[in-house]
Design a protein around this ligand. Structure first.
Ligand code: AMP
Length: 287
């Protein structure tokens, strides 16, 4: 695996791939890699002969400085994991390379960014969209792989890729979970043992609401969401930023089952804010 601190290295390598008619997938990450990230690498390899990852903890998408400071980082372990997963190259840009002095452009995806995460983390999606646009345009991969774990992020990335005609195929990969159902997340390492045990209430609450909506019983969606919130409170979640049934594409809230749906949630346990989401289908109930 080739490790680059500067884009020029990855550019030269991708030019040789291109000359050999080898396509490549890009997997953007913020490091602190877990099996969910490694599944994105494997998905990248399914689509193209070559896979490159980026590791960049993007300061622009942290609305809270304390959150940025406490974000877990472990470069050595990350590089070993990427290498073992068969990643061909990794680019670890500096903040100065991504945002050189005088950098003044913001990519803002209106509408999709306004609600949910956007409401509770002001500026987060502008920061994310700006760096993703920059990473895609500067590396120009054939495919870019993102996790469904961040459903709203994926919707925004798809929109910005289309709007800016970047010419990269955006691929979404289903969420990878721990055995008990908790979605893998770099932030899980911030949970105490007790919080980690209790955190499983988040996927469970979503699963129960999904099963009830999927069963087609005429229970009000608002009632089911209230039950799910109560379950989280009982498990020790101190704050539920949102827990909603939404249209899977527009992210508009739904008060009854309709079309392609997603249950989305963000909730805090201890000092750690977790997000999760599930697909909801009214006929078959599958994750
Ligand atoms: P992050 O490093 O958390 O910014 O995430 C980098 C990429 O990994 C994003 O596309 C995430 O959606 C994806 N990702 C994070 N956790 C998971 C997971 N449990 N399963 C699948 N993809 C994930």
């Amino acid at each position: 695996m080739q490790i680059f601190r500067e884009l020029s290295g990855l550019d030269r390598l991708s030019a040789t791939w291109c000359a050999n008619e080898e396509q490549f997938s890009l997997v953007p990450t913020m490091g602190s890699l877990h099996d969910g990230h490694l599944a994105l690498i494997a998905e990248g390899k399914r689509h193209a002969a070559r896979v490159a990852a980026t590791i960049f903890v993007n300061p622009l998408q942290f609305n809270d400085k304390a959150d940025l400071d406490r974000y877990p980082r472990d470069e050595e372990a990350d590089l070993a994991r990427l290498e073992a997963a068969g990643c061909d190259a990794v680019w670890l840009p500096s903040v100065e390379e991504i945002y050189p002095s005088g950098f003044a452009t913001t990519v803002s995806v209106r509408g999709l960014s306004d609600r949910w995460e956007g409401e509770f983390r002001p500026g987060h999606f502008d920061g994310m969209a700006t760096v993703v646009a920059k990473l895609l345009i500067s590396t120009l991969p054939n495919f870019a792989i993102f996790g469904e774990k961040d459903w709203q992020q994926l919707a925004i990335v798809r929109r910005l890729e289309r709007d800016l005609d970047i010419g990269v195929d955006i691929i979404g990969l289903a969420t990878i979970r721990q055995d008990d159902g908790l979605a893998m997340s770099s932030r899980n390492s911030l949970l105490s043992n007790e919080e980690r045990r209790a955190a499983v209430a988040l996927p469970q609450a979503l699963e129960e609401a999904r099963a009830a909506i999927g069963s087609g019983d005429h229970i009000l969606v608002s009632t089911l969401l209230a039950v799910a919130r109560a379950k989280l409170a009982k498990a020790g979640f101190t704050k539920v930023d949102y827990l909603a049934l939404v249209d899977a594409n527009t992210l508009e809230p739904l008060d009854h089952a309709k079309g392609e749906m997603r249950l989305i949630a963000a909730a805090t346990i201890g000092g750690t804010r977790l997000i999760d989401n599930l697909r909801v289908e009214t006929d078959t109930v599958s994750r």
